[in-house]
Design a binder for this molecule. Sequence first.
Ligand code: CP
Length: 304
Amino acid sequence: MYHVLSCDQFSRADLEGIFRLTDNIRAQPRAFRTALAGKIVATVFYEPSTRTRLSFEAAVLRLGGTVISTENAKEMSSAIKGESLPDTIRVIGGYCDAIVLRHPDIRSAEDAARVSQVPVLNAGSGSGEHPTQAVLDVYTIYQYKQKIDGLKVAVLGDLLFGRTVHSLVKLLALYEDITIYGLSHDVLSLPEDYSAYLEARGIRYIPCRSLPEIPPEVDVLYHTRTQTERFANTDLPIEEFVIDKKALDYFSPHTILMHPLPRRNEIAPDVDGDRRAVFFAQSHYGMYVRMSLLHSILKQDSEG
Ligand code: CP
């Protein structure tokens, strides 16, 4: 692994390796605290972020590396003066050993990788993909279910613009006997290229328009925020399918409730104390998964 651009690039064996290393890092973090000594990672974010940027930065620091950062590259980098993304990446790549990039363009990670002298990690490319989020999502599912094969997973909310869903369904497609339910308003349905991707890999994908169409015994509910910042057409429906305690109690005691966060109203705070609500654990695992990814990429880089 050199760049992390899309979930297309992962095999099941890749994920197993990343998960094993994540488990090791969590079990003995002190053993990894100088792993990236002397390495510099640049976090370059043209869109807002809490979890992705800070968990990547914490991951670098916990591995003994150093971070350089532009948290609002859209306004505070030379993009505001008209510099192109490829020029910016060419320059930043001369200062650091890896670039973590969030950008509104779907093709941004690939465009950056094409000109970069150092590995590029896609931290969210518009309404396209968010591959490191999906890796941590599948890791979280594995922590709670001890398997991925045979699971029934419901993805809810904005399946059209929701990049975390796009990446997650691609990773789930690596496993056997997966059923995915997609609950959204009609106009926010999963794009056809993703449903075709699933069909081509033998994954059952069942679109739903109301909560009771999801079977109560579903293993995972993966809710998402409506991405209103991506709506050019303000007539699109923004009201969410709300999961509150009553809605969650329709599901099995073994169903876990996930969310990439941030949430708005789609998950009510009254579920936060329910042991099935695992979204804060999910975001915490994200830091360890990102440590594992950075370790794999940058150790390989210095040894190779
Ligand atoms: N899940 C996620 O990408 O969160 P941030 O936008 O806060 O990074």
